[in-house]
Ligand binder design. Sequence first.
Ligand SMILES: Cc1cc2nc3c(=O)[nH]c(=O)nc-3n(C[C@H](O)[C@H](O)[C@H](O)COP(=O)(O)O)c2cc1C
Length: 330
Amino acid sequence: MKFSMKPYRRYKESAKLWLYFFVRFTKHSNAFQKTEMGMLAGISTKFHIVEKGLAMPKVRYFFGAENILKLIDEMLEYDSLGFNKLNTQYVSAVIVLSRYKDLHLDRPLPDDGKIKGLFEKIDSFLVRNTALLTGNDGVGGGSKQVFLKEYTEQSRGDFAAICHARSTIRNFIDKEVDSEVVKRAVKLAQRCPSTCNRQTPRIYHIKDKQLIDKALTIHNGTRGFNENISCLLVVCGDLRATQGIKDLNQVYVDSGIFAMNLLYSLQYNGLGACILHWAVSTKVDKKLRKLLSIKDAHNVSCMIGVGYMPDEFNVAYSERLSVDDILTTR
Ligand SMILES: Cc1cc2nc3c(=O)[nH]c(=O)nc-3n(C[C@H](O)[C@H](O)[C@H](O)COP(=O)(O)O)c2cc1C
């Protein structure tokens, strides 16, 4: 048999690509150092939890004290490091804290030192940042009310209307999602582009409520709104369709593009959807695979909780960065 170095070269090249990514990741990721952008991402994560709480089907008063205390500490630290506070994320966070305070205006504080401390901290933080609350140049935050009739009309309007209407929905009614509608939405989503039209995305449609609940418990990111998620879609990418080792991340890109198209297709078909991250440990990944009998070659990218929406509900405001912050023209 003729000896060939080819497979060894592939292992070497593959390791080089992983290492290349690893070095860039550790150099730039917020996991390893404090930068302005990294801190803003941490602040966003925390105030978004508050926004979600404000938009829950049943708002729980005095929710998330621990998270808010950490959020304020991080915002103060950000300030003390001299980073720029005049950006949509920081301003939005201040607005969200003020909305949280407004929610409790007519409520007597419980006899709980931690909650009292929390509100004192919010008050002094807001006083310190009054200027950002008043002169915020149209930046928003908190939650906003949505009317189903309007939402449905806009979701079938022109593309700009669809984009502006779409929100992550975390408020569902107790109504089973029709499998035919899901199929229609998945079929429409298949119109998205994919690398060389390889069409690597594979979707697992979970209807069994017990399985859904178990999967959401494993995910652990839908507390407060998982009760009526009656359909769960798991978006995977088939690793067997990747070609060379340079396809390392392509399967995620294709799945991500598919997931976005699927969100719009669900919206077009009258369904509300909440995309759910799959940033988990190998142990958790294996747990989900076992529970849902996901094929080994199918790489989980994200999940989508789906359901029908009530006539009127709230969604998180989720302010966007200015286009000039993200668009570079050379
Ligand atoms: C990949 C991905 C993962 C997400 N994971 C979660 C999640 O686990 N739980 C959740 O409530 N929302 C999740 N979201 C929804 C985001 O919070 C939401 O898209 C963002 O705040 C913007 O709000 P909008 O979708 O209403 O415009 C996720 C979004 C993406 C794109």
